[in-house]
Design a protein around this ligand. Structure first.
Ligand SMILES: N[C@@H](CCC(=O)N[C@@H](CS)C(=O)NCC(=O)O)C(=O)O
Length: 323
């Protein structure tokens, strides 16, 4: 995949990719600053100041794109979605100005990392939250970016919607922890496993959690009851990619989400909420995984299926009074 070492791009990053025991280990994000309403962090919430570099296929980017939409921040925070095949890092037709412009027709995300930190060593990942005033990276950690978007722009007219309400925090944190480990990252641990043993371990944990979630969602409309929370919007990007990518590309093929009665109806309800389908690019998702991950799909052929109608009715209304 490639990465930056001391500000220089290297293509062969195999020795930095934690080969221990054959299990895939995701690197920690490096830029961990926060936008704050009062500006005490050095990054005050201001409309027009921040930019998010995203990619249609990336589930971590997708959660920030959805929260930006739900919070009514689409005019306040600009985005670009990777729209060119990777040459090195994530590639875009357009940059954002100054030194971050296309070179030979391609803007590559590592340009932003080197601009922010000329000696940067680490991965170049989406989402990346960029400050167009200080010309630096604020954060490349999606779980923290969604929290900033949830609260810090409220004084600037963001939608009054709290996806991480005080009373539900312990429950949300509990779901997030298990879902991150075994589902969001679990599909990658399954698909990127280098040994049969580590594959099987990740696979069993993944389906253990999906079975459990199907039971939970038999009793509750959303993960935490009647309110949609951050926990749902962190699960959604993985569920929507599951049948069209992870099932085959990552060998997560015990069951499809469509085979789970409650998970499939829940997924369709979220997909059908206003604005969500428009911000879910299924062809872009398939393209990004199948055509761009040649190490697990060397031909780059993008499968045509599956033929699943995400617009067919769901039955979630029946749980309205539950919780
Ligand atoms: N912890 C990060 C993970 C982000 C991440 O790994 N993004 C992937 C795309 S799905 C990426 O950009 N990978 C490129 C690489 O690792 O070189 C987050 O949640 O923001």
């Amino acid at each position: 995949m490639g990465m930056l070492i001391d500000g220089e791009w290297i293509d062969d990053d195999a020795k930095y990719r934690n080969p221990e025991g054959g299990a895939f280990v995701r690197a920690e994000s490096v830029f961990r600053s926060w936008i704050t309403a009062d500006g005490s962090s050095g990054f005050p919430a201001e409309p027009g100041r921040y930019h998010l570099f995203l990619a249609p296929n990336c589930p971590w980017a997708h959660r920030t794109q959805i929260v930006r939409y739900l919070k009514g921040l689409e005019d306040a925070i600009s985005i670009t979605l990777s729209d060119l095949p990777r040459k090195r890092s994530w590639a875009y037709t357009e940059g954002i100005g100054r030194d971050l412009v296309p070179v030979d027709g391609v803007f590559e995300l590592h340009q932003a990392y080197v601009s922010a930190d000329p000696g940067y060593t680490g991965r170049v990942t989406v989402p990346t939250l960029f400050d167009k005033k200080e010309w630096t990276i604020v954060s490349n950690e999606s779980s923290e970016i969604v929290r900033m978007l949830n609260t810090e722009f409220d004084g600037l007219g963001a939608t009054r919607l709290d996806l991480y309400p005080e009373d539900l925090r312990p429950e949300i944190d509990g779901f997030n922890e298990r879902i991150y480990e075994t589902v969001n990252n679990g599909v990658y641990r399954t698909g990127f496993a280098k040994t049969q043993e580590s594959y099987e371990e990740a696979y069993d944990k993944l389906f253990g959690t999906l079975d459990w979630l199907d039971d939970v969602l038999g009793e509750r409309r959303y993960l935490c009851g009647e309110r949609l929370t951050e926990a749902d919007w962190r699960l959604y990007p993985t569920l929507i990619r599951f049948d069209c990518v992870y099932y085959s590309h990552f060998k997560c093929n015990k069951r499809r989400i469509d085979d789970y009665p409650n998970l499939s109806n829940y997924l369709r309800e979220l997909y059908q909420l206003p604005g969500i389908a428009e911000r879910t690019d299924i062809p872009g998702i398939k393209q990004g995984y199948y055509a761009d991950m040649k190490h697990i799909n060397p031909t780059g052929i993008v499968p045509l299926g599956p033929d699943i109608d995400l617009h067919r009715p769901h039955d979630r209304e029946r749980l309205r009074k539950a919780a």
